[in-house]
Write a protein that binds this ligand. Structure first.
Ligand code: ADP
Ligand code: MG
Length: 298
């Protein structure tokens, strides 16, 4: 008992000092290919991922969100424009920005604990402080009892929690998450929202989160960036000024949540319609046929 108490005190003192960063995106464009094959995926996009806030980007599928994330992470360079972290231009990937993708990045041959310790060990920092931090994070994400299990032995939700811990141990200035909860069942998803929002509220680390799910966006966001249809750009910014901690029921009962939802959905609907009509020949034919049918019926 005493031992447990002593260890939890030590674990708590491992809590890191979070230095939250701010990312500014200025007139960024990104295109792929040349000539006939040229495709503008991001066009003249400017926005800020504000310090200590959880900024959620929501936009239609295929609009260029992941491309923007790769630019923020420094995996790719913009065709024009600049991206800066705390005023310093981003020139490549860095430990100060950490990305959690939709696809699981856990190593299946490593235990939960070893997966979480991956970052510190890769840097040659298997120190007592890192081990205490791993223990602290295992507790935070509710996986202490699963520390010696391998990813295939964990549920989808547990794997996502292990991944959050694996990213957080590196104490990045900005956490970047690209649809991390996609593919989870509805109940696990809601649990993940609560876990993740709780982790954010504790550290107030700058977070940038991408989703296509409006409820997820509203439950999590301080600021909601509504993206245009491709090429991506910010169409509108909505402040989600709902007090924290939030409850899932707020999504249905809170007046402000409903206001934001209606506004966001109407903007997203406009963008989705643009993608539909401006998209493939098949989509255009469908719309034409549909409108003809409509006239006939009247
Ligand atoms: P989202 O994440 O919003 O669904 P993406 O950023 O993945 O959208 O993709 C946006 C568009 O950019 C898609 O039409 C995709 O085909 C195109 N795209 C993404 N990466 C490349 C690439 N490396 N080369 C050519 N086209 C790409
Ligand atoms: Mg994507």
């Amino acid at each position: 008992m005493n031992d447990l108490h002593a260890s939890s005190v030590r674990v708590d003192s491992a809590r890191p000092v979070v230095s939250a960063g701010e990312i500014t995106v200025s007139n960024v464009s990104k295109s792929y290919g040349t000539g006939l094959f040229n495709k503008d995926v991001v066009q003249d996009c400017s926005f800020t991922i504000e310090r200590n806030k959880l900024t959620v980007m929501i936009g239609p599928s295929g609009c260029g969100k992941s491309t923007l994330i790769r630019l923020l992470a420094g995996f790719e360079k913009p065709t024009s424009g600049t991206i800066a972290l705390n005023g310093k231009p981003i020139t490549g990937p860095g430990r100060d920005r950490l990305v959690v993708f939709q696809e699981s990045a856990l190593f299946p041959w490593m235990t939960t604990y070893d997966n979480i310790m991956y970052g510190p060990r890769a840097r040659g920092e298997d120190t007592q402080q890192a081990r205490d931090m791993a223990k602290f994070l295992l507790e935070k994400v509710g996986l202490t009892a699963f520390r010696e299990k391998y990813p295939p032995q964990l549920s989808g939700g547990m794997q996502r929690r292990a991944e959050l811990a694996r990213a957080m141990i590196n104490n990045p200035d900005v956490m970047i998450l690209d649809e991390p909860f996609r593919g989870l069942d509805a109940m696990s998803k809601e649990l993940m929202w609560e876990y993740y929002a709780g982790l954010f509220e504790e550290s107030r680390r700058t977070n940038s989160f991408v989703t296509t799910d409006i409820d997820e966006a509203i439950f999590l966001a301080d600021r909601l960036l509504i993206m245009t249809n491709a090429p991506a750009c910010v169409r509108a910014t909505l402040e989600v000024d709902i007090p924290r901690p939030r409850k899932i029921a707020d999504l249905f009962n809170n007046e402000r949540a409903n206001e934001v939802k209606i506004e966001a959905l109407s903007l997203l609907h406009e963008e989705a319609m643009k993608s539909f009509s401006g998209g493939s020949k098949a989509a255009a034919d469908f719309i034409e046929a549909y409108s003809k049918r409509d006239t006939k019926e009247r």
